[in-house]
Design a protein around this ligand. Structure first.
Ligand SMILES: [Zn+2]
Ligand SMILES: [Zn+2]
Length: 346
């Protein structure tokens, strides 16, 4: 198969030919039809992810068709259209038994713990637990964009934030996760305030349902602005960027008993940000993490897409070929384009 491979971190990945994968007894091999290019792939290529063993094939936001099925797989057949969460459960630990595969103790992530989907074929383990059937109305490029940013935002808003109609929701950072969160929170009836420093992203946030936007560029006191607009603070607030400043602001702009959901990853120097703990105690705030979404929760999200309440296809940007993937991967730190870049030809 054709694949994107790197043998050293930070060295230009190359297009090469590798042996086609064969399925594990509990796994499947998918023919990849679309795979997103994500900043996490860039972190992996830089050497920031200790799970990666070289040489490596990246890619974790994928959709495709079942090409081969292991002997112990019961629910899937050759030809099924599927996608997969970027965190796959083991099926055997207490978290998996409780239905929380997104925090599985022995989790696997295609494109990190094993070879991923920047290739014509990819192996997925524990297929009965981790695959998600794709309805006909969802095209592969849109499906590939669900597994990482969109599903993460869905879980943050619906399952962790438990956002309900009429609540105020603040979304700090309008990259892929943030814009997804704006769309999802608006769809469930919340009043959304979007915060970013890029006017183009704020304009898109308004198109996706934000009722107010705040440009957080120098000089703006973001928490004060949110508290004023909401007359007392947001009920739920997300740091969708993953930065000490947006994290701090997101906690500070909550009303009493509000919830902060940390969605953006904190990496490198940012792993232990300062938080206003006195405020958390005095106002009984809740601080929650949100980490992907388990396969069995996809049905709710897919139904909202099917009924037209959510349109993740609006967040798909450039479509590229596998040959363009090394360039796109290496450039992921330079700027975050508004729409997700998806590889759709192999
Ligand atoms: Zn991703
Ligand atoms: Zn597990």
């Amino acid at each position: 198969m054709k694949a994107v491979l790197f043998e050293k971190f930070q060295e230009r990945p190359r297009i090469t030919t590798l042996d086609d994968p064969t399925p594990e007894p509990h796994g499947v091999v998918l023919k990849v039809e679309a795979t997103g290019v994500c900043r996490s792939d860039w972190h992996g290529w830089m050497g920031h992810d200790t799970d990666i063993v070289l040489p490596h094939v990246p890619g974790h936001e994928l959709a495709g068709v079942v090409q081969a099925v292991g002997k112990d797989v019961r629910n899937w057949q050759v030809g099924d259209r599927v996608t997969v969460p970027f965190i796959c459960g083991c099926g055997a630990c207490p978290e998996c038994h409780a239905g929380h595969q997104q925090v599985c103790l022995h989790q696997e992530q295609p494109g990190f713990t094993h070879w991923g989907s920047f290739a014509e074929y990819v192996g997925i383990h524990r297929a009965d637990l981790n695959l998600v059937a794709l309805p006909e109305h969802i095209d592969f490029a849109t499906a590939a964009s669900l597994g990482c940013r969109f599903a993460t935002a869905f879980r943050a808003i619906v399952d962790q934030g438990k956002v309900s109609a009429g609540q105020w929701v603040a979304v700090h950072g309008c990259g892929g996760v943030g814009l997804s969160a704006v769309m999802i929170a608006s769809a469930v009836g919340a009043n959304v305030i979007a915060i970013d420093i890029d006017e183009a992203k704020l304009a898109l946030a308004r198109e996706l349902g934000a009722v107010h936007t705040i440009n957080g560029a120098a000089g703006t006191n973001v928490p004060e602005a949110v508290i004023e607009l909401t007359r007392g603070g947001a009920h739920v607030s997300l740091d969708a960027l993953g930065h000490p400043v947006t994290c701090f602001n997101s906690i500070l702009n909550l009303r009493p008993r509000g919830k902060h959901v940390q969605v953006g990853l904190m990496l490198g120097d940012h792993t232990t940000p300062e938080v206003p703990m006195a405020r958390i105690i005095g106002k009984e705030l809740e601080i929650l993490g949100s980490h992907g979404m388990q396969a069995h929760r996809y049905g709710a999200m897919l139904d909202m897409i099917g009924s037209g309440k959510l349109s993740p296809s609006r967040l798909v940007g450039r479509r590229i070929s596998l040959a363009q993937a090394p360039e796109a991967l290496m450039a992921m730190d330079k700027f975050q384009s508004v729409g997700a870049t998806v590889i759709t030809t192999f």
